[in-house]
Design a protein around this ligand. Structure first.
Ligand code: ATP
Ligand code: MG
Length: 306
């Protein structure tokens, strides 16, 4: 079989690590959010942006090829989870990074406030139904992680979950972390590779982006009054994110804490992390057996003889 990736692509795969590793948390114990700078662009400045965008374009093409392999092999699935404060750029990042990927092999699920039916089930129920099939990439735009973020910041949401009173003790967050770790271990053991992204935007940059949404009529639709209310809970959210990442970052299912004050850099890091994850699977096109090859040759002959 010929080489799957060109030399340039192999170089790109090698370089992907330089962008993803610095932001990968695979052991949360010592994790502190303040150690990460939302404005970090490694050693790249604004003048490198065009080069970065070119690398991103090449990366998008590479991702499409990886996805084709994933689909052909039909063994693994990739689950990408995106969490962030409003205006951190989840939607734009998902749109750009996945822009070259065959829609048949990719599914985006957005998790909003749970419905009445959702609330009648355990909190993983609705996510479980949206897991990617083998050979596919599943993207969660928000996820079950809201259960230790927004639900923790707003205790009234937890009250609405109608859980038995005995289960609402002070250990509830520890229990949820434990359950989520086990759930992700279970997914991993089933061939669903889990990667989690926290787009780390600064409070100042969020303000700038909100103002843009308010001042530019074409961006007005993106703004909701609730976004300002949630901004008021910034510090509580940061604490909840830190504790969540600290307790759920594992080797099998790492978190990437991605600097999100510069959109171009966010996209490069996320793209690189996805490439690294796919590369780690050692994908290859399924081998065609000798019998199958003979069948193909026969079919060809039959067509030619028609
Ligand atoms: P957009 O970029 O369009 O604003 P979004 O993801 O912020 O995207 P919204 O409809 O604005 O979408 O917000 C969804 C809301 O649903 C968020 O405030 C989120 O915290 C909330 N949500 C998601 N999951 C849960 C959950 N399990 N329990 C309670 N609230 C949740
Ligand atoms: Mg929103």
């Amino acid at each position: 079989m010929g080489k799957i990736f060109s030399n340039e692509q192999q170089e790109l795969i090698k370089r992907a690590r330089d962008f993803s590793t610095p932001f990968c948390i695979n052991d949360g114990e010592k994790f502190k959010l303040k150690d990460g700078d939302p404005g970090n662009t490694l050693h790249f400045s604004k003048k490198h942006k065009p080069q970065a965008l070119e690398a991103l374009d090449n990366g998008v093409e590479l991702l499409a090829q990886f996805q084709d392999l994933l689909y052909a092999q039909d063994r693994w699935a990739l689950l990408l989870i995106f969490q962030a404060m409003d205006a951190a750029g989840k939607d734009g990042t998902i749109k750009h990074v996945m822009s070259g990927v065959n829609p048949q092999g990719c599914q985006v699920s957005s998790f909003k406030a749970p419905s009445a039916v959702d609330l009648d089930h355990d909190y993983l129920w609705r996510s479980n139904q949206m897991l990617p099939e083998r050979g596919r990439i599943g993207i969660f735009n928000r996820s079950y992680y809201e259960e230790t973020l927004v639900v923790r910041v707003h205790p009234e949401i937890l009250a609405k979950q109608t859980l038995p009173k005995d289960l609402l003790g002070k250990d509830i967050w520890e229990d949820r972390f434990h359950d989520i770790r086990n759930y992700e271990r279970y997914l991993t053991n089933n061939g669903i590779v889990v990667r989690k992204f926290f787009l780390h935007v600064s409070k100042d940059e969020q303000k700038k982006r909100f103002l843009e949404r308010l001042e530019n009529p074409e961006k007005n639709w993106k703004f909701s009054a609730n976004d300002i209310r949630e901004r008021g809970y910034w510090d509580d959210y940061m604490k909840a994110y830190e504790d969540t990442i600290r307790n759920t970052a594992t080797k099998q299912a790492p978190w990437y804490v991605v600097p999100a004050d510069n959109k171009w850099f966010t996209r490069v890091v996320v793209g690189a992390a996805i490439i690294e994850a796919l590369d780690s699977l050692g994908l290859h096109y399924p081998e065609v057996s000798k019998e199958a090859r003979q069948e193909l040759a026969q079919a060809r002959q039959d067509l030619l003889n028609e």
